[in-house]
Write a protein that binds this ligand. Sequence first.
Ligand SMILES: Cc1cc2nc3c(=O)[nH]c(=O)nc-3n(C[C@H](O)[C@H](O)[C@H](O)COP(=O)(O)OP(=O)(O)OC[C@H]3O[C@@H](n4cnc5c(N)ncnc54)[C@H](O)[C@@H]3O)c2cc1C
Length: 281
Amino acid sequence: MTEVLSPLTVDDAIALLVEHDEAMPLAGGATLIAMRNASLVEPSHLVSLDRIAELRGIDRTADGTIRIGAMTRHCDTAACAELTGSLHVLRRAAGMIANRVVRNMGTMGGAVANADPAADYLPALACCDATLEIAGPEGRRSLSIHDYVDDWYETALGEGEIITAIMLPAPVEAPSAYRKIARVSGDYATASCAMALDPDGQGLRVAIGACGPGPLRDRAGEDALRGKLHDPAALAEFAGRLVALADPVDDVRGSAEYRLRLIPRLVASVLSELAPQKETA
Ligand SMILES: Cc1cc2nc3c(=O)[nH]c(=O)nc-3n(C[C@H](O)[C@H](O)[C@H](O)COP(=O)(O)OP(=O)(O)OC[C@H]3O[C@@H](n4cnc5c(N)ncnc54)[C@H](O)[C@@H]3O)c2cc1C
């Protein structure tokens, strides 16, 4: 029998995870309970994060940074009016997760901890240059989202550590968007693309999902594309660099070859949404 423990503070949650070798944090349970019911994991204890006030809510700090508590449900992120401009991409990603039931259950901390390569938040967070706030037996630390995924389903989270919050730079007035190709509406992505334009409209940030263990970003390629967003050759070269960085697998959602073909199409289609080319007379 798995025992459920319900601490009231982050420190108590960590103490329980350290005390019980086979304990696991429990957030929304959308993934963990299904895995446990299928005997894919067999935790001795589930340390519920549900009663820890520090993990709740979306707040704007004095310098404009947005703090999303790890226990924030996908439905609340999808409805969050603070996620404007350059951060709208995250709102869009949240609204495309699965279906209403999963969006009401699942949390951002749980989804990020689970680090499914085909899930929607990681590319959106990579596009926003998010930082994870992490607490563990050795204390608290911050980690760039770009240093988070180590390998397929492997992350930089250590034993007894939990994600407490996701920090986003203050939003700027510039459009951003998220798009995923999926077999049916609500499925995990076969491939996805998160994109934000620079405020002057000359450059962009792009993260590709479901084409490798973690989201793909090519910052040197983004720099090279600056000022040439509507130059077909420059855009093709940029998409080609992303394809070269990708390391997709064949699975039920699509072949690796198909995923590689989707990358340039996704980049072009999201860019045309954010920066439509002006008609020339
Ligand atoms: C039917 C179905 C369809 C789905 N479709 C999609 C989809 O289209 N796109 C998508 O992105 N996702 C999808 N998901 C995943 C969904 O977003 C889950 O909510 C998410 O993966 C897990 O969030 P959770 O809060 O329920 O975490 P849980 O299920 O409670 O936990 C998941 C894992 O994370 C660990 N964990 C939880 N919280 C923390 C924390 N704060 N710190 C450290 N570790 C933690 C747990 O120990 C566990 O290992 C789907 C899930 C289901 C069940």
